[in-house]
Write a protein that binds this ligand. Structure first.
Ligand SMILES: [Zn+2]
Length: 304
């Protein structure tokens, strides 16, 4: 999520620390994360970029009445699942792309979610990540922002993105991760929506955008993101784009949110784009790039 924030004055504390962490931790146990803060610390741009993991901490459920085969905990046959596509759609035997190794080492990154073995939760690099854009309210001059940011994130992670075109789908915190009628028998594509606070209440007030992904696992097994959402407050972004360097800020917002979608959390290092407050939006820094590189090593998942 991205919020514009009230003007800072002396004594204002950055919106980081326990407040944010507790929101995130709590939300991971519930349905969705709406909280957090990343400020574009520019005297003109007062935005907070927040993170969302949603719509849920999805897990496969055993078939009603139990599993006749008795292998409780094992992945269910596709036909036994409710609300999940046939597994392995477009999943290759090896990663589709190769992430660009970061030029500079840095451990200044954090993951939104990790598995029991400490590995970060990311998307399978062995299948493309499809995305759709609800561009009904896309501001003039924004046409290249999303594709350019996608290309940057793809290079950093090695994840292959496929643009499936525009959609009329509206963002929703309860967005089903599987929508066969709309998108066929696969996980729903990442939804990038130019929208408004009226449609997306999490954009109310100073919020300018939200971003996050939904992870899926079988009964305590490793989690993998299967779909996500990135909502942009179109009126606020349009206003931003009126400025001569507005595209730089807009790009920073989208890159920050896409990094949340991929699995990065905020850091306390002000040199990183994932810092809760940034000065000039210089794009991804060494920590961000190293984190995204690690996310590109996520497990391949023919079982999802
Ligand atoms: Zn953020």
């Amino acid at each position: 999520m991205t919020e514009s924030r009230p003007p800072r004055h002396a004594g204002d504390a950055p919106r980081t620390g326990l407040g944010y962490r507790s929101v995130l931790a709590g939300a991971l146990l519930l349905a969705a994360v709406f909280g957090g803060a990343l400020a574009l610390d520019d005297p003109r741009v007062k935005h907070l970029l927040d993170v969302r993991i949603g719509p849920g901490n999805q897990q496969a459920k055993p078939r009603e009445g139990g599993n006749p085969s008795g292998d409780a905990g094992a992945p269910q046959p596709a036909e036994a699942r409710v609300g999940t596509p046939p597994p392995g759609h477009e999943e290759a035997d090896s990663p589709l792309g190769t992430p660009v190794p970061p030029a500079v080492g840095s451990d200044s990154y954090r993951f939104l979610a990790v598995n029991g073995d400490g590995s970060p939760v990311g998307y399978s690099p062995c299948r493309p990540l499809h995305y759709v854009v609800n561009a009904d309210l896309a501001p003039a001059g924004s046409e290249q922002l999303v594709p350019d940011a996608i290309a940057t994130i793809s290079a950093a992670t090695g994840i292959s993105f496929i643009y499936d075109g525009t959609t009329g789908e509206q963002p929703s915190p309860q967005r089903p991760p599987y929508q066969p009628d709309a998108y066929g028998e696969r996980w729903a594509p990442l939804l990038i929506a130019w929208t408004t606070p009226e449609v997306a209440p999490q954009l109310a007030g100073k919020v300018i955008g939200t971003g996050g992904s939904t992870h899926f696992s079988y009964d305590g097994g490793p989690k993998t993101f299967v779909t996500g959402g990135l909502d942009l407050d179109a009126p606020q972004m349009a206003n931003e784009l009126l400025n001569p360097d507005g595209h730089l800020y807009a790009t920073a917002v989208i890159l920050h949110e896409l990094s949340h979608v991929m699995g990065l959390d905020h850091v306390e290092d002000p040199r990183q784009l994932m810092y809760p407050e940034i000065g000039t939006p210089e794009g991804l820094s060494a920590g961000d790039l190293n984190g995204l590189y690690e996310l590109g090593k996520a497990q391949c998942r023919k079982d999802l």
